[in-house]
Ligand binder design. Structure first.
Ligand code: PEP
Ligand code: MN
Length: 263
């Protein structure tokens, strides 16, 4: 179903008043984790100001260590919705357990399925039973075929509103957190009709190369970009090293827009 052979026209997904996969490029931004109303609100206000339509923020965090901050859970989704409503932003958050889906979709406009759960077939099936748009992240070591099959798990259950996002893969390279596989963009655009985004933050883990990587993604045909923004990254409860502060985010936005690649 996700193959372009099956559907030559690109899928366009309507999220609130925003179209993903249409003529305009899309920016998704927000903190790694929702930590408090105040923290989320500061980012929401900055997004509104910058004209960014979709606010991200994790509430169920798939952390490497069980002793690290695990997220605020449903309360985090409620904060995200409150801020989204306040600024007219659509919201996206990762859901890790099929049992949370029904309640979660009361608060979020897009369900994120994270890299670690791309192979969680029961979660994919459950997301496929909803009619809420899904942002599916590429697994840490997933091939293009596995990625598209994961999307197929969702659409085959009737939820055709799936967006794909390249977020870097594991390689031997240590100077970036992951390796941004830019070739995934034109391949996915060619093989599938689904919108394709690139998460420049998790793929690089480096604030200093986000703008060139975003430009490369857009030049390669990406429909949108995801980036992490926090009011005070130094005290962030997750991914403190890689999040942009608000002035850095504004600079990033202008650099990407000035390139003329952000349509
Ligand atoms: C995230 O976007 O919050 C996240 C955890 O990313 P990934 O699943 O790509 O590691
Ligand atoms: Mn993160």
């Amino acid at each position: 179903i996700v193959s372009r052979k099956n559907q030559p026209d690109s899928t366009v997904i309507k999220v609130k008043d925003t179209l993903v996969g249409g003529k305009a490029s899309i920016m998704v931004a927000g903190p790694c984790s929702v930590e408090s109303y105040q923290q989320t609100r500061e980012v929401g206000a900055a997004l509104k100001e910058a004209g960014v339509p979709i606010l991200r923020g994790g509430a169920f965090k798939p952390r490497t260590s069980p002793y690290d901050f695990q997220g605020l859970g449903i309360e985090g989704l409620q904060i995200l919705k409150r801020v989204g409503d306040e600024f007219g932003l659509a919201t996206i958050s990762e859901i890790v357990d099929p049992r949370h889906l029904e309640e979660a979709i009361q608060y979020i406009d897009i369900i994120q399925i994270g890299a670690r759960n791309m192979h969680n077939f029961e979660l994919l099936k459950a997301a496929g039973e909803t009619r809420t748009p899904v942002l599916l992240k590429r697994g840490l070591a997933a091939t293009m075929e596995e990625f598209l099959h994961a999307a197929e798990y969702i659409v085959s259950r009737g939820n055709t509103q799936v967006m794909l996002i390249e977020r870097g893969i594991r390689t031997y390279e240590k100077w970036t957190r992951n390796t941004l596989d830019i070739s995934a963009v034109p391949i996915l655009k060619k093989e599938s009709h689904l919108p394709v985004l690139v998460d420049v933050t998790h793929s690089t883990g480096r604030k200093d190369i986000l703008a060139p990587c975003a430009k490369a993604a857009l030049a390669a045909g990406a429909d949108g970009i995801m980036v992490e923004v926090h009011p005070n990254p130094a005290v962030a409860l997750s991914d403190a090293q890689q999040q942009l502060n608000i002035p850095e985010f504004n600079k990033f936005m202008s650099e990407v827009k000035e390139s003329g690649l952000f349509k």
